[in-house]
Design a protein around this ligand. Structure first.
Ligand code: ATP
Length: 308
């Protein structure tokens, strides 16, 4: 391995990257069962991402061969655009992200998933996962400094790069309020960060990783308004120029998505922008009305949308 990868510190980096992506995806995808093992085809080439366009082509999938998790799902995420997935629990949102990350391979007759026109089953998993940044609901932090936790995204990241990423992720000021600034230890045995802060650390880390494709899993729990605003701003920075697929639990946060896909029982039942879906007065509009009536926070967002 050392011969293949060069210096030992590079190996350490590779180990950490793999470890990191496992930690992230494990959390992101909070699997009910162990994923099956996926093998690369012999001599599979690396994925070369030019535009980062994602396409699901008539994708159907079942975990157990009996119940349907996805049924004939087709959509495109054009270069640099943001697509949000909404739908009730069990509708298939996480399955879409898991398949794109190749936790499972589609079988013959189950459709295709393409990135820049290339079937993801035909390229190496390592290159695919390198091209994808994951921001999970609840990031795991290492028992180390906050600088280490952010710098993890890029081998050899400088302090300046780490700070720039933290600034873009709306986390710099908070870090400067810690006793030792960027050297402050976080995690189980250090300063405990809130869910929103951990997510911003994950965003800063992903900014450093600089992947062309993003998978985001929005936090389920409601955040206070200013944290919510900070996270939205951080995510805007992160999504700029990248293709992103996000799972949205709170509908108010996806008003600016380029496209919203509404899933039900593994199928896309509606799609459009926020305004188009409200005008359609169907499943999304009903979900929206339910969230508005059960949360004051969402109703103020609704007011913003209607007036703005
Ligand atoms: P949630 O909002 O609750 O996370 P979701 O929309 O992400 O739900 P999925 O997790 O994609 O839904 O699940 C789609 C369907 O697949 C559901 O019927 C679910 O029970 C089933 N499913 C999900 N993961 C597994 C698994 N590992 N093994 C078997 N069935 C699964």
């Amino acid at each position: 391995l050392a011969q293949l990868y060069g210096p030992l510190n590079m190996l350490g980096y590779i180990y950490r990257s793999v470890n990191q992506s496992l930690v992230d995806t494990e959390k992101l995808l909070s699997l009910l069962a162990e994923p099956t093992e996926i093998n690369d085809k012999p001599n599979a080439p690396d994925l070369i991402v030019e535009n980062g366009e994602i396409e699901f082509e008539n994708v159907s999938f079942s975990y157990d061969g009996r119940t349907t998790a996805l049924n004939g799902v087709s959509f495109k995420v054009p270069k640099g655009s943001s697509v949000a997935l909404v739908g009730e629990s069990g509708s298939g949102k996480s399955t879409i992200l898991r398949l794109l990350y190749r936790f499972y391979d589609l079988k013959e007759g189950e459709g295709r998933i393409l990135i820049d026109g290339k079937d993801i089953r035909d390229v190496t998993q390592a290159s695919l996962r390198k091209a994808i940044g994951v921001v999970p609901q609840d990031s795991v932090l290492f028992n180390s400094s906050v600088a280490y936790n952010i710098g993890y995204g890029k081998f050899g990241a400088s302090q300046e790069e780490i700070e720039a990423a933290a600034k873009a992720a709306q986390m710099h000021d908070r870090i400067m309020s810690f006793p030792d600034g960027y050297d402050t230890k976080v995690g189980e045995r250090g300063v405990r960060l809130s869910g929103g802060e951990k997510q911003r650390v994950a965003i800063a880390r992903t900014l450093l990783k600089n992947p062309p494709i993003l998978l985001l899993d929005e936090a389920t729990s409601a955040l206070d308004t200013s944290t919510e605003k900070d996270i939205q701003k951080a995510l805007q920075h992160l999504q700029e120029g990248r293709s992103s697929l996000s799972i949205a639990h709170r509908l108010s946060t996806i008003a600016s998505a380029d496209l919203i896909l509404v899933l039900k029982d593994g199928q896309i039942v509606e799609q459009g922008t926020h305004a188009e879906l409200l005008a359609l007065d169907g499943v999304f509009a009903t979900m929206w009305a339910d969230q508005v009536s059960s949360s004051d926070g969402a109703s103020s967002h609704k007011k913003d949308l209607v007036t703005g």
